[in-house]
Design a protein around this ligand. Structure first.
Ligand SMILES: Cc1cc2nc3c(=O)[nH]c(=O)nc-3n(C[C@H](O)[C@H](O)[C@H](O)COP(=O)(O)OP(=O)(O)OC[C@H]3O[C@@H](n4cnc5c(N)ncnc54)[C@H](O)[C@@H]3O)c2cc1C
Length: 302
């Protein structure tokens, strides 16, 4: 109930504008967002690097409303790819196709995505294409497949809560496209998604097993100890080398778990959001754990 209300608020454009412009808003994002600038995100990558962790840079933004905004988002990604290559950072980039214009035109989005992939691939930088709400899934997978066929270093994302996800994992495994498996963060109905959390968790464990055994460069994206332990059991039962998979977690969430896994020698990649368009991202983090609202309220009252 509360989760749905928070996710609905995340789509409110007026609230979004007011929050993103407010000083208080900037203060409360600090735990989950590395900063407003690329330099602050690079600093975060370098700090994590000293703790033997990898990163993925997310220049925040989604659902742009015109071609200029889509071009600006593309340029921002080209800049982050340039910074990663220049400083030889252990980082990929993560982007959303609605940020590159998917709502405006698939062709425009394809061109923007390919510009980024063409610059990133020769530098060995992977482009991870986040998965958004269910109406975007098919077009997103099509574009990831196209970029992969063109020789691009890409990664697709699969959400364990969607009924279609098992078939999608097999499709991506067949094409040898690396996949990030997450539970799913959007408001979806029972027609397309599993609604009970224990059932989502069970499906995550099942899909993680398929991905680890049959996929390439599997990425297990969760802060849930039970998901991680179950993945590690599959790894041990099938002698999967640590070079063939990684754990992924969000900046500022599950920090002890991140450090523990890295210290144990597993590859751990931290998804680092930065930039000014942080409101929808923050609201999804609130919806996952409404207790975060207390953290926000305390900071606002300070
Ligand atoms: C690297 C990465 C990339 C992602 N990419 C996508 C994507 O492309 N598309 C998409 O739909 N979703 C994405 N997600 C979000 C994902 O779908 C989940 O909504 C999110 O990870 C919470 O699920 P969980 O697996 O951590 O398990 P949960 O059962 O939700 O949480 C397990 C535990 O983790 C901690 N935790 C989880 N979330 C929070 C939080 N917000 N604040 C504080 N503590 C928390 C709590 O201790 C909680 O008990 C991504 C997640 C990660 C880690």
């Amino acid at each position: 109930m509360l989760r749905s209300a928070i996710l609905m608020a995340s789509e409110n454009r007026l609230l979004r504008r007011a929050m993103e412009r407010s000083r208080a808003g900037r203060i409360v994002t600090r735990r989950f967002v590395a900063g407003n600038t690329l330099q602050e995100a690079v600093d975060a990558v370098q700090t994590l690097q000293t703790q033997r962790m990898l990163s993925s840079l997310d220049n925040l933004g989604e659902s742009v409303s015109n071609n200029e905004e889509a071009a600006a988002a593309t340029d921002a990604y080209l800049e982050s790819v340039g910074a990663i290559a220049h400083s030889r950072l252990p980082a990929s980039v993560s982007l959303k196709l609605t940020q590159l214009g998917l709502d405006l035109s698939t062709e425009l989005c394809r061109q923007n995505l390919m510009r980024i992939v063409r610059q990133a691939t020769p530098a060995g930088i992977r482009v991870e294409v986040d998965m958004e709400a269910s109406p975007y899934v098919e077009r997103t997978l099509d574009l990831v497949e196209e970029a992969h066929r063109a020789g691009g270093l890409v990664r697709a994302v699969i959400q364990a809560y969607l009924h279609r996800s098992e078939a999608d994992i097999h499709r991506l495994n067949r094409a040898e496209i690396p996949v990030r498996l997450c539970k799913g963060a959007y408001k979806e109905g029972p027609g397309v998604a599993i609604v009970q959390k224990p059932d989502v968790d069970a499906n995550f464990q099942r899909l993680a097993s398929v991905l680890l055994r049959e996929g390439v460069q599997a990425a297990i994206a969760s802060h849930d100890e039970a998901m991680i332990q179950s993945a590690l059991q599959v790894v041990s039962a099938h002698n999967i080398p640590p070079t063939q998979f990684e754990f992924q977690m969000l900046y500022g969430i599950g920090r002890h778990l991140q450090q523990r896994l890295a210290q144990q020698g597993y590859a751990v990649r931290i998804y680092i959001p930065y930039g000014q368009a942080w409101y929808p991202y923050l609201m999804r983090r609130m919806a996952e754990r409404p207790a975060n609202l207390l953290f926000i309220a305390r900071n606002l009252l300070r």
